[in-house]
Design a binder for this molecule. Structure first.
Ligand SMILES: Nc1ncnc2c1ncn2[C@@H]1O[C@H](COP(=O)(O)OP(=O)(O)OP(=O)(O)O)[C@@H](O)[C@H]1O
Length: 487
């Protein structure tokens, strides 16, 4: 018997079937997690990853199959999972926005009670934050809605790993680094390895294949509700992983454009916060905003957007479209259908005599459903019936479907699978070649490398402008830290 099989079973889900109406979210999936291992779970958007997490977490009862905790089949549910030491950091963050960080610890840890709980909760979460993200600057007395999306993600991760009366045995991390910059993501992965070395178990779900390959001991690949591979991580490299997921690795032979300077910029932002550098965008360029997360990139995008649009009366033909990064907060209309979520920014083009033409609206939604493969049987279904990555695709389609000449993107690829990302990159290239301009904040270096020109942000200001071959990870990192010199 090999070592993995001998290790103690923390959770085992076998033969799991879950259907939502006509959609078979899980179609006989197996997933076994053991102590002392980090398992990577990958698959295309809608493959069933979050659904199997909900089953393991006890929040969803399967129509068929069994779930056992600690090797003993028995009661299944949230309480059983919790009692077995299962904790989960959800893709759609679940902190209460109107409570402080410490009060959220109290909500998540029912055993934190009695006199002095606030003081104990504060030291629990701040200690855990220090351990996972040394050097973080989160004030645990602040209200969650005042934190950035990255800080909220960090807090939720810290609360899940924190041991109040009992240590967690299995922590499920569903897209934990989607809002973290490379430095914070690396800190988290280092901590995950420490937790696993001490006997803990981690299930890591991510579309960033590099972190799966470098952090996990075993990788499980899902496709259309089934597990199609379950092997040691050493059996995979990026290409094999992508192919097992059912996508094809494409080489990007993008030709960077050198269009600037000769013409008038179509957009500019003055230098700020003591920097000498402002931002200029020319027609047909893809401009990247890089740097450590939370250093003013999102604020710069919002300022650019508000410089051309009213924030209370939407223009009928806006000059700029905006793809929001925090889809739950300011991206999706959660009570609307997928189709309405997609068409909302194109109403003028879809209207005749001031009335929206349903046939045109259906045409638009069918076109984009095919173009970026929105996985749903019916675009009239509610937006929340989509998996997270598919919701993000709808936000993308909403912006690209407009006639806006400039598209601002606030780290828009969060949770989008690798196959779709490649499709979207090609759409961006084609649209840029046709004259559209993209200003793209991304926390992923692979995306920053696809840009024609990059502005690196530091402390709210532009610290460096990199063009063409200057766009390297080393130069971005050097400019991201005070005293660093980009080559
Ligand atoms: N509450 C629901 N109602 C209807 N369909 C649902 C519901 N939840 C999930 N689904 C469907 O089940 C399938 C699996 O979704 P799931 O969220 O598990 O995918 P995923 O692999 O986590 O995707 P992603 O990478 O985008 O997060 C999808 O087709 C999704 O649309």
């Amino acid at each position: 018997m090999n070592e993995a099989v001998m290790r103690e079973e923390v959770v085992a889900a076998r033969g799991i079937k879950v259907a939502f109406g006509a959609v078979k979210a899980l179609d006989g999936a197996d997933l076994v997690l053991r102590a002392g291992e980090c398992v990577g779970l990958v698959g295309h958007n809608g493959a069933g990853k979050s659904t199997i997490v909900n089953v393991i977490n006890g929040g969803l009862s399967p129509q068929e199959g069994t779930v056992s905790y600690g090797g003993a089949a028995g009661y299944h549910g949230i309480a059983a999972a919790r009692a077995s030491g299962v904790r989960c950091v959800f893709q759609e963050l679940s902190l209460c926005p109107n409570l402080t960080v410490t009060e959220n610890v109290r909500v998540m840890h029912g055993d934190l009670k009695g006199f002095g709980w606030r003081r104990r909760g504060l030291s629990l979460v701040s200690g855990q934050l220090d351990e996972i993200f040394p050097g973080h600057r989160i004030d645990c007395d602040s209200t969650v809605e005042d934190l950035s999306i990255a800080e909220r993600q960090m807090v939720e991760i810290a609360i899940s790993f924190a041991a109040c009366t009992e240590r967690p045995r299995l922590v499920i991390l569903d897209e934990p680094t989607s809002s973290l910059d490379a430095g914070l993501a690396a800190q988290l992965m280092t901590y995950v390895r420490r937790f696993v070395a001490a006997g803990g178990s981690v299930l890591l779900i991510s579309h960033i294949l590099g972190e799966i390959l470098s952090t996990c001991d075993r990788i499980v690949v899902m496709k259309d509700g089934k597990v199609v591979a379950d092997r040691p991580a050493t059996d995979f490299d990026t290409r094999r992983l992508v192919e097992t997921m059912g996508s094809v690795v494409r080489e990007h032979g993008f030709q960077r454009t050198a269009k600037e300077k000769a013409r008038e910029p179509i957009l500019s932002m003055e230098a700020r916060h003591g920097s000498q550098l402002g931002l200029q965008a020319f027609s047909g360029e893809i401009i990247g905003l890089a740097g450590l997360g939370g250093h003013g990139q999102t604020e710069a995008l919002l300022d650019l957007y508000l410089s051309a649009n009213s924030n209370w009366w939407p223009a009928r033909e806006p000059k700029m479209a905006f793809v929001a990064g925090d889809r739950a907060l300011n991206g999706t209309f959660s009570l609307w259908s997928i189709r309405r979520n997609l068409s909302i920014s194109s109403l003028k083009a879809l209207s005749s005599r001031s009335m929206v033409d349903p046939a045109l609206e259906d045409g638009l939604s069918d076109t984009w459903k095919k173009r970026i493969e929105i996985r749903t049987p019916d675009m009239h279904n509610p937006i929340l019936s989509l998996s997270g990555g598919n919701q993000q695709k709808v936000l993308f389609a909403r912006a690209l479907a407009t006639t806006a000449r400039i598209v601002l993107m606030d780290d828009p690829m969060r949770g989008v699978d690798v196959g779709t990302k490649q499709e979207v990159y090609e759409i961006l290239r084609a649209e840029a070649a046709a004259g559209r301009t993209f200003i793209w904040y991304s926390t992923e270096m692979d995306e920053i490398r696809l840009c024609d020109r990059v502005y690196v942000f530091r402390d709210g200001a532009i610290a460096a402008e990199l063009v063409g071959d200057q766009i390297t990870e080393a130069n971005v990192l050097a400019a991201s830290f005070a005293g660093g010199e980009a080559a």
